[in-house]
Design a binder for this molecule. Sequence first.
Ligand code: A2P
Length: 331
Amino acid sequence: MKNYKVAVVGATGMVGRTFLKVLEEYKLPVSEYVLFASARSAGSEIDFMGKKYTIKELNESSFDEGFDIALFSAGGSTSEKFAPIAASKGCVVIDNSSAWRMDPNVPLVIPEVNPEDIKLNKGIIANPNCSTIQAIVALKPLHDKYKIKRIVYSTYQAVSGAGVAGWNDLENGIKGEQPKKFPHPIFNNCIPHIDVFTENGYTKEEMKMVNETKKILHDDSLRITVTTVRVPVFNSHSEAINVEFEKPFDLDELKALLASSEGIVVQDDPQNNVYPLAAEATGTDSVYVGRIRRDFSVDSGINMWVVADNIRKGAAANAVQIAKKMMEMDA
Ligand code: A2P
């Protein structure tokens, strides 16, 4: 197998640091890593793969030295500017921001769901929104078998999804300090407002879940509605998902289907208080599904509770898994 040269852009950030952790664990066939961030942290050192790496400042010529793959998590404007530069130098960018997700020339990939879309890339592959990734890992096998008609997503999202600043707001809020990142205190609160509001009354986060679900499942006919809520949990998003199907189903068969699908762990034994929990999902790359029960208000539908580590499966691990899949496809 070929040995790859990989850039990590935004290596000092919340997702960037998790890129490094996941890369250490996954042991990909990489001969050289170069870590980039802004001028603010250029020159500082990070422990990675058992040695010290010096952070380089990202600039227009950063990709001239030739990279095979670049993992980006440095915000939308950095991706907008630098992903095309990297791609023009022959590097494939796996971008964690929302900048390129809905571009028709950019595949939006979850490796368990649509790995074949990786091949359609023209230099940029987008990593979906964190809430969307965990939902679709759970929904894809159900869509294939029972054909989804309508989805109602209600999310309970951790502060780590808002980066270091979001994390600090909860930590400092517990001590009584005012928030800096969120519009209201997050401690002791639930804030039904993630990202900015759009003209239709939904937030951008909500519309990301609608649009990205359709794009990844290649199905514009899906009817989807969403409420996204920030909750005082440090890490791992939880989601109540209501799904209506076109076809009938047997509940035991549906649970068995989920349990045998890639990337999913079913935790569903309510009599013994077993169901997915944010605190237990943290630090892992699986999507946990439980509270699976028939929705009696429709002909064919279920409710389920879906939990995953939003920084790992919802961001860094999914991106590294895309890189791994690309390498396997090359081999
Ligand atoms: P830096 O630490 O130098 O500011 P988070 O979302 O957790 O705040 O992380 C954002 C990441 O994106 C950090 O690694 C940050 O680097 C990086 N970043 C922000 N702006 C730029 C930029 N213009 N060029 C390169 N990296 C950037």
